[in-house]
Design a protein around this ligand. Structure first.
Ligand code: SF4
Length: 273
């Protein structure tokens, strides 16, 4: 990205700092439409057969690719298919099973604590609201939103994601894309989620982040966004700057160069809890 001129073409979106909320909302609508055409259907990248299994896979996906998690979970789920089964698992064999996902000590402890808490619930099942989910050990706001988004997209029986407090999944990649597209300004995922909630229609909250993530894999990668061939170029204030976000520069430094210091070959909606 270095060394290339940053020329903002006529008719291109201005700096998001100078854009009205109405103009940003209209631009967002166009972005939503383009992404919907590019990715009319999306699937949850983490393989699972039950809500519990998606929760386990999401916890394992912290700082790990979907592909690695998807290699580990078939064996894990065949041995421990439910919270009740996992709650009885010895620590050492569990750590061995999930070793390749990294941070296996802390992930194993989080899985056991979560499984035991879920198994001790009267219904022995996962809670179905964001407030209750984040009360589980190892479950943060993003993981809870991953579950509620999946409930909405996959139409899980007995789940009402919107009544349950569905928000917007914001991981590293969603944050990077949101800042490049001038839809959010903060580096704090919770604030990015709040910023997105002011412009993204509620009926898009479940699917919009997944579309962004797919788009971030294919076109708007962290280190080398393909701006010249990007279908969002005319809607993206970072396009003429090759993915940089000069409107976020502070104290002589660009606060958010690419929106992320990490690059992932397989970003997922759950790379931190
Ligand atoms: Fe990303 Fe460039 Fe497309 Fe903007 S124009 S969304 S920075 S690839």
């Amino acid at each position: 990205m270095k060394g290339r001129p940053s020329v903002v073409p006529a008719g291109h979106p201005p700096s998001p700092r100078r854009e009205s909320k109405r103009a940003r909302s209209q631009r967002l609508q166009a972005i939503v439409q383009v992404l919907a055409q590019l990715y009319p259907t999306v699937t949850i990248p983490l393989r699972h057969q039950t809500p519990w299994q998606l929760l386990v896979a999401t916890i394992l996906s912290a700082q790990c690719t979907d592909a690695t998690v998807n290699k580990v979970t078939p064996d894990l789920f065949s041995r421990y298919p439910s919270a009740q089964a996992l709650a009885q698992a010895p620590l050492a064999p569990l750590e061995a099973l999930i070793h390749s996902t990294g941070f296996f000590h802390s992930k194993a402890r989080a899985l056991l604590a979560t499984a035991r808490q879920v198994a001790a619930r009267p219904d022995r099942d996962l809670p179905r609201t964001l407030a209750e989910l984040v009360a589980l050990p190892g479950v943060g706001r993003k993981t809870a939103n991953v579950l509620l988004s999946a409930a909405e997209i996959e139409k899980w029986p007995g789940w009402d994601a919107r009544a349950g407090g569905l928000g917007i999944v914001v991981d590293t990649h969603v944050g990077r894309l949101a800042r490049r597209l001038g839809l959010a300004f903060s580096l704090d995922p919770t604030k990015v989620e709040a910023e997105l909630q002011t412009v993204v229609p509620p009926d898009e909250w479940a699917i919009f982040p997944l579309r962004l993530i797919y788009f971030g894999r294919q076109t708007c990668t962290s280190r080398n966004p393909d701006c010249p061939h990007c279908p969002l170029l005319s809607l993206c204030p970072a396009g003429p700057h090759h993915g940089e976000t000069p409107w976020l520069a502070t104290r002589g430094r660009t606060a958010v160069r690419a929106g992320s210091s990490r690059s992932s070959s397989s970003p997922n909606p759950a790379n931190s809890t």
